[in-house]
Ligand binder design. Structure first.
Ligand code: GLC
Length: 554
């Protein structure tokens, strides 16, 4: 059995997980304090988002030194202790490698600014268009937009060129056509591998290979031109070989990707990655594809996307990462569930829905206790560069402050970045000091201590899902077929393996829902037994946000 199929990954955003030294910012020693909690949940890998030296313009995804730990998070000794203490509990560490760009504070960019030709060649520098003279910067080389709003090009007089930044202006993109850049980055990965890291997540890794020719995107903002670029597969295979990644668990974050490329990234014979994140299923509430235009989630579209990706990856021999939440996404109970009346029910339904699909599930800190969006009402509460930029863009487009704040309260990445709610103590037990970002107001009701205190806790439901994956090979190994495809309310699928069958029925609505097939309890007449669910007993249909999982052998 391939090593990652029956594993579960837990994502830690260290800044908001646990503060051990009372400065309002989470840290590595805070993670060490909570290892018993994570072992109790039963996860296998801890993916820790970047804690490297960084000016924190993009919360650590702007790396100034790949092999140094930012003192606000701790020291190399703390990291070694974390690896050892985790290992003693059967937990392995995965690190986040941000290899598409550096911070503008990185020594390489600083040397480029100083005129060093070797380092100028590490970045993507171009002349402007329509220059009126040698001193005139002209206009940006292409019309490409960066992910956080505005042009993807910045004029830099010290370089005498425009540099490309697909993210924040402080995150210049590296030039992967330069073999020296690729060798440096492989060295970074080796550095961490040698320190006991068991796996890696590669940030926006399908954006590393830019198109051969830089031209305007006549249909959009440029992304379709630089996602899954011409040499991306070749570069990944080279990285795997030169950093010695074969046999390690690796996951690539793939922006605006497609199924065909994801098969190439993850088929075992491709020797690229173990699995990939794609985001199509998290855009079904974007109106006309616009993240900043609100819409109720389109559940039929969600069902279509899961069916296409799950069956497509299975048929082509690829492997998915399964997830709803991460540090870039709002909380899933607030989004596809009901954070008020059915918080527990919908949190559990959403968990079972993806954990029993074909792929490796990821749990994002706080998801296992049903944490919600914080519902911020003032721009002062936001920290994220993307949110702050888009707030201004929304105002410039004529939205009122109230309208812009409402959009942010649904869409901002900060919704997923609020401090972990450990207890009803001040600041949710996250820190003794005022946290770097405000805690959600509901911390006194929604927290680890109160959830664990309940018999049917969300935490224990997650733990049971993890146990099911370990005990029942059908979850990791089985094929997948979608059911009830025309049903507007219920997402349903069957897993099959040898002579076993597992049926998962999920009601995505606040109302009672029926199956097209007939009564839910008919499965029992067919010899199925309920394995797990979020309500007692079974009925003719599904209660609000009900999930039922049936199992049959033979
Ligand atoms: C990824 C990260 C996100 C970051 C971006 C740029 O999408 O998940 O947080 O802002 O890459 O590094």
């Amino acid at each position: 059995m391939t090593d990652f199929r029956n594993k579960v990954v837990y994502q830690i955003y260290p800044k908001s997980f646990k503060d051990s030294d009372g400065d309002g910012v989470g840290d590595l020693r805070g993670i060490i304090e909570k290892l018993d909690y994570l072992a109790e949940l039963g996860v296998d890998y801890l993916w820790i988002t970047p804690f490297f030296l960084s000016p924190q313009k993009d919360n650590g995804y702007d790396v100034a030194d790949y092999t140094a730990i930012d003192p606000r998070f701790g020291s190399m000794e703390d990291f070694e202790e974390l690896v050892n203490a985790a290992g003693k509990r059967g937990l392995k560490i995965m690190l986040d490698m941000v290899l598409c760009h550096t911070s503008d504070q990185h020594l390489w960019f600083q040397k480029a600014l100083g005129g060093d030709e070797t380092y100028r060649r590490y970045y993507i520098l171009r002349d402007g268009r329509n220059k009126k003279g040698p001193e005139d910067p002209g206009e940006p080389p292409t019309n490409w937009q960066c992910a956080f709003g505005g042009s993807a090009w910045q004029w830099e007089p010290r370089l005498g060129k425009w540099y490309l930044h697909l993210h924040d202006v402080s995150q210049p993109d590296l030039d992967w056509t330069n073999p020296r850049v690729r060798e440096e980055l492989a060295g970074v990965v080796r550095f961490w591998k040698e320190r006991g890291v068991a796996g890696f997540r590669f940030d926006v890794i399908n954006l590393i290979s830019k198109p051969e020719r830089f031209e305007d995107d006549t249909e959009g903002l440029g992304r379709r031109l630089f996602a899954d670029g011409p040499h991306v597969h070749e570069y990944l295979r080279e990285l795997v070989a030169s950093a010695g990644l074969e046999g390690m668990v690796t996951v690539g974050e793939m922006a605006s990707t497609d199924l065909e490329n994801c098969l190439l990234y993850t088929r075992p014979d491709a020797h690229e990655l173990s699995m990939v994140f794609n985001f199509h299923h998290l855009k079904v509430d974007y109106r006309d594809g616009d993240k900043w235009a609100l819409m109720e989630p389109d559940i039929m579209e969600l069902k279509r996307l899961f069916a296409a990706w799950q069956t497509g990856m299975a048929e082509g021999g690829g492997w998915n990462a399964l997830f709803w939440c991460n540090h870039d996404q709002p909380r899933i109970v607030s989004r596809f569930g009901d954070e008020k009346t059915y918080r527990k029910e919908s949190a559990k339904m959403l968990a079972a829905c993806i954990h029993l699909m074909r792929g490796t599930p990821y749990i994002y800190q706080g998801e296992e206790i049903g944490m919600t969006n914080p519902g911020y009402t003032s721009i002062d509460q936001y920290r994220d560069v993307e949110s702050l930029n888009h707030y201004q863009i929304l105002l410039d487009k004529g939205k009122t402050e109230g309208e812009a704040l409402e959009i942010l309260s649904v869409r901002s990445r900060d919704n997923g970045r609020t401090p972990m709610q450990w207890s009803e103590e001040p600041h949710g037990g996250f820190s003794e000091a005022e946290p770097w970002i405000p805690v959600a107001a509901n911390f006194a009701e929604v927290n680890v201590a109160s959830d664990l205190g309940e018999k049917d806790s969300i935490f224990s439901f997650y733990r049971e899902l993890i146990r099911i994956r370990k005990e029942m090979p059908i979850v990791a190994e089985g094929g997948i077929w979608f059911l009830e495809e025309e049903n507007p309310d219920v997402l349903a699928y069957e897993r099959r393996w040898n002579n076993e069958s597992l049926i998962v029925l999920c009601n995505f609505r606040r109302q009672y829902a029926r199956l097209i097939k007939g009564c839910v309890s008919d499965y029992e007449k067919d010899g199925y037994r309920k394995r797990i669910g979020n309500y007692q007993g079974t009925g003719a249909g599904l209660r609000p946000y009900e999930v039922i999982v049936y199992h049959k052998v033979g």
